[in-house]
Design a protein around this ligand. Structure first.
Ligand SMILES: *Cc1c(COP(=O)(O)O)cnc(C)c1O
Length: 373
């Protein structure tokens, strides 16, 4: 089955009780036990498993071509579970341009537990190799990166990691499996903030890990998920599963819009730079073409001529782009990233991050035309 069909089929629950076409939501936290001690339906207690979460986990695993899916209460809870599977003394290599909270999580929380990290420009494979330490156990990739849209060669990093017996994880939130499937490129684990494109409507917080093979690692992560309990509720699981049904359509249409907006902004005299992997001028365009088989995504960032004040002022002039953080919903959003990340963030002062929505592209371009006048 192709991914569009899988998305519909895998989120359909067979409801023997009422024949409901759309999945019921099982709010029950506890499930009946037989007198012989067994559980007829396989469920015991909702932190460990429940029908809505299980449906979601199986669906996400299928879409990413992995063996095991694990759903969490947020993207950060998913990332936390993965870091908790490491041991004190382990070392992680992370990208210098990445979702800001990921690196902060390592330094502020996991530093106390004995994890260390080296941050490198992952587009530079020599820099990645020279960051390797004897205790390097995990390479964390985010591509396209946040917020500068750098593209990391997933296959090349996977080969470097395999060479030293380390794991590779990809934060695939921005690309989604519609555009890019890291597990097919040699990666061990994919992480998602399903708050973004999977949910798709900016109304549910959740995350996921997808593991390529069932085994020691997936069992360990499943145990961490059940014991630490950072899981999505049945309703949240249901919302994300509903979002999956239209994931392919939304991502493709939003990607098409983003490509057109990037082309328009790229030639505008008020714009200093456009960061979008679909542009032939993007420094890693060739790598993006090789691994983003479904398209270049619906996220872009622009550097406006001038300073932070000019950039902030522009967000106020755009009428169709709500100034807000987050991404991946049907509505277009814009954000001055540096003021969110803090003064020590490496993000340029004049950078605006744009999440392109499902509105008509002519309206979106007109909005920028007027705002930039
Ligand atoms: C939003 C986001 C996260 C964090 O996910 P939450 O669901 O907010 O916890 C991680 N990585 C990327 C790329 C994101 O966009």
């Amino acid at each position: 089955m192709k991914i569009e069909t899988l998305a519909i089929q895998s989120t359909q629950m067979h409801d023997a009780n009422a024949g409901a076409v759309i999945s019921p939501i099982y709010l029950s936290t506890t499930f009946e036990r037989e007198t012989d001690g067994s559980y007829a339906h396989g469920y015991i207690y909702s932190r460990a498993d429940n029908p809505n979460r299980q449906l979601l986990e199986k669906s996400i695993a299928l879409l990413e071509n992995g063996a095991v899916g694990l759903a969490f209460a947020s993207g950060m809870a998913a990332t936390t579970a993965l870091f908790q599977s490491l041991k004190s003394g382990d070392h992680i290599i992370t990208p210098d341009d990445a979702y800001y909270a990921t690196n902060v999580l390592i330094t502020e929380v996991f530093g106390q537990w004995g994890l260390s990290m080296t941050t490198v420009d992952m587009t530079d494979l020599e820099a990645v190799k020279s960051a390797i330490q004897p205790n390097t156990k995990l390479f964390w990739i985010e591509t396209p990166s946040n917020p500068q849209l750098k593209i990391t060669d997933i296959q090349a990093i996977s080969e470097i990691a395999k060479g030293i017996g380390a794991l590779v994880a990809v934060d695939n939130t921005w690309a989604t499996p519609i555009l890019q499937r890291p597990l097919d490129l040699g990666v061990d684990i994919v992480m998602h903030s399903t708050t973004k494109y999977f949910g798709g409507h900016s109304d549910v917080l959740s995350g996921a890990l997808i593991i390529k093979e069932e085994g020691e690692l997936s069992n360990k992560l499943r145990t961490i998920q059940k014991l630490t309990g950072g899981v999505p509720s049945p309703f949240e699981s249901w919302l994300v599963a509903r979002g999956i049904k239209t994931l392919a359509l939304r991502v493709k249409a939003q990607t098409e819009n983003a490509g057109k907006l990037a082309d328009f902004l790229n030639t505008h005299p008020q714009i200093e730079a456009v960061h979008y992997p679909g542009l032939a001028t993007h420094p890693q365009h060739v790598i993006a073409k090789k691994q983003m088989l479904g398209g270049f995504g619906a996220m872009l960032s622009v550097q406006v001529k001038g300073d932070a004040t000019n950039a902030m002022a522009l967000t106020g002039k755009l009428k169709l782009f709500t100034t807000a953080t987050s991404l991946g919903g049907v509505e277009s959003l814009i954000e001055h990233r540096k003021s969110v990340e803090g003064t020590d963030s490496p993000t340029p002062d004049n950078l605006l991050r744009v999440s392109v929505g499902l509105e008509n592209i002519e309206d979106l371009i007109d909005d920028w035309k007027i705002a930039l006048e």
